[in-house]
Unconditional design. Sequence first.
Length: 156
Amino acid sequence: MVNQVNKPITVEPTLRSKIIGWGQSQAKLIDEMRKLGKKHTDFMSPKNAESTCTQEYYDDTKLVIAEMLGKKELFLEPAKGNTARTELVKQIGSKLGDLMKLLRPKVDKADPKSDLELFMQDLNKAQKRLMDNEEMFNNHNDIVLAFESLFDKIGD
């Protein structure tokens, strides 16, 4: 990480204040991130291939989170042999993950399956179990009786 003491922070001022006030109102933070057009990938480490974040913005966001936690000075200390700073960096990483979760698109739930679809799915599972478990064939008569009973019920 570069020395961030005397350089301007690249995190947008409005977003910076929302991150710092995150503990008070998460809704305001989400609204500001969306207003700025942020995506969850904007808070990923630039080392990640999916990231849309620059190293400078990533470092500045970590600094803003350290400020939010009231530990900016600790974050700016040298990392080598500093266990307190190491623990802080873990907290900051967790908060970055939380930021990404807030923005990650929700996965649409699939339409509920019909009874027939569920039944066919269960039959496919049963077929796989039968094929994978040779011992079940030792109970061939029990399986035949179960299917006969099933067909009797269907035929009614």
